[in-house]
Design a protein around this ligand. Sequence first.
Ligand SMILES: C[S@@+](CC[C@H](N)C(=O)[O-])C[C@H]1O[C@@H](n2cnc3c(N)ncnc32)[C@H](O)[C@@H]1O
Length: 402
Amino acid sequence: MPATLQGPELLTRFQALERFLLAHQALWRPRPFNHPYLPWETLHPELAQWLRQRSLADAEAAHNHPQHLQAPAPFAELAQQSEALSRVGELPGQALPAMRERLEVDVPGRKWQQIEAFAAGLQFLRPTTHWLDWCSGKGHLGRRLLQPGQQLTCLEYDPALVHSGERLSQHHGLPATHLQQDVMTDDVALRLKAEHSPVALHACGDLHVRLIQLASQRGCQQLAIAPCCYNRTRAEHYPGLSSAAQASRLRLSRNDLALPMSETVTAGARVRRQRDTSMARRLAFDLLQRQLRDIDEYLPTPSLPSHWLDKPFADYCRDLAALKALPPLGVQDWSALETAGWQRLAQVRNLELLRGLFRRPLELWLVLDRGLFLQQQGYQVQLGTFCPAPLTPRNLLLLAQR
Ligand SMILES: C[S@@+](CC[C@H](N)C(=O)[O-])C[C@H]1O[C@@H](n2cnc3c(N)ncnc32)[C@H](O)[C@@H]1O
């Protein structure tokens, strides 16, 4: 069983991950979706060929565990390094105090399991007097943590969620305050008190970074964060939080930050079909637009309402071309183009498996940056997983205590 990371291990692992990511940038930076041919394919033609001839179903089957794929060199070696560098132990779970109320009613099953696992992974040395649920949604996590004698404040900016949260807390007779608050504004600092123990389950990008920065300034003694959506950030380029990241040669764009988020939990057949059709059409349109513009470059297109997928393929292309003000379409073999889109999709998904080997290493590097920053602010930090990946791939939890 791998151990959780703490103390100097954070920096050691951070640096090892950085070396790995820097050495293989050519393999994980270019996105197969945007480039019909990837620069690394000339370096590893056998691997590229092998991946390109596989089916969409093959890619789907390997998506969550690309490291197990028996692919030509250098795949196995990279997979082995990726696995070794990504190893993080589970946080020792403690038995949760029984619930006084049926708090899980109306919480989707998977979400409730995440909450229970997050709560079980929290082991602070000092007792908590006041929980602060950061970007709380309806505040399910905070309510699950709340024990007799403790208080709870939930911060959330969506008024409907604040209102529902309030009603739920009242219904259960719990000492909880639900505040409508945009955590990105300056006045949020006043909400954060030294006696608070902040918790944040899947507060996206800048939202959890803001908590990390403010909690130390406001003198909080302990906090717990399970980060997600690293790419939901205002900055074009990742600024780094810790001095180690700020001094790093690893420069990350917002696109790069999306890599850890590209792992999807197995979806139902209908959702999968819809996602695949949308991507196959976009890839077909990409072939078309290159030909129409006579420019061999990816052209970003806006996200489209799902009813666009109900249009016949030719109408979809015509409407999207009009939206992008492209030259007239002329005569096209629509059926051949549509087939080419599906072929490209199978290739893209299989080529993505190589990038998949860098998904977790990049995520861990980013989370370690957060951990190193907290260490710099005088916290003792422990990093581990709080649940198995099938429950949520965003399963890393940072515990910080002063
Ligand atoms: C992914 S959800 C997580 C919610 C909850 N922690 C959970 O695990 O169920 C992120 C939450 O952040 C809220 N949010 C987004 N931007 C915010 C902001 N600027 N200030 C406060 N809350 C925000 C969203 O409305 C949403 O409820």
